[in-house]
Design a protein around this ligand. Structure first.
Ligand code: ADP
Ligand code: MG
Length: 169
């Protein structure tokens, strides 16, 4: 990650769960760092977005306002899609943004009932050639293991702690 981001305690990285190799995921994507503004969080998402390949799945975890949508906006820019299109999906549960070499599917599971989540066909979506970003990913009980996880936490005012865990550690 960028030089301007402060690394946090390396302890958490030792606790990362290694998973099977998948897609383009590389160890270099992983790390725990802090951002000091929404723009910083978008920039972090953009860096990850540039490393993604078709078929990659990014699951985002964190409270309301933690910056999940901001991170996805950066991801969209990183894959060459228009970041202005990225907002919290409201009426459309799955939003689609066309990038340079892949389509980004942006899913928000906030407010959905478990039965509605089951009906979305997420299993099919994550097995396509698209790149999939899922907010409130903890609500999907049928999730695959071999995904990139992004954990965002409030760290006071405009600071956020972001923990990116790639399946290869
Ligand atoms: P989520 O999708 O997790 O609910 P959003 O990305 O929609 O969160 O919103 C994050 C909110 O927090 C925005 O209002 C943004 O301006 C604000 N914010 C303040 N500091 C940061 C930061 N470091 N990173 C991301 N968002 C931040
Ligand atoms: Mg959101």
């Amino acid at each position: 990650m960028a030089d301007d981001l402060e690394p946090r305690s390396p302890k958490r990285s030792a606790e990362r769960q290694p998973g099977p190799p998948r897609g383009s995921a590389e160890p270099g994507e992983s790390g725990v760092f802090q951002t000091g503004s929404e723009a910083d969080t978008e920039a972090a998402g953009e860096r990850l977005g540039r490393l993604l390949a078709p078929g990659d799945v990014v699951m985002l975890f964190g409270d309301l306002g933690a910056g999940k949508t901001a991170f996805v906006r950066g991801m969209a820019r990183g894959i060459g899609a228009d970041p202005e299109d990225v907002s919290s999906p409201t009426f459309t549960i799955v939003q689609e943004y066309t990038g340079r070499s892949a389509t980004l599917y942006h899913v928000d599971l906030y407010r959905l009932e478990p039965a509605e989540i089951d009906d979305l066909g997420l299993e099919d979506l994550v097995s396509t050639d698209g790149i999939v970003a899922i907010e409130w990913a903890d609500r999907w009980k049928g999730r695959p293991d071999d995904v990139i996880e992004v954990w965002l936490e409030h760290a006071g005012e405009d600071r956020r702690t972001i923990d990116v865990r790639s399946p290869v550690t």
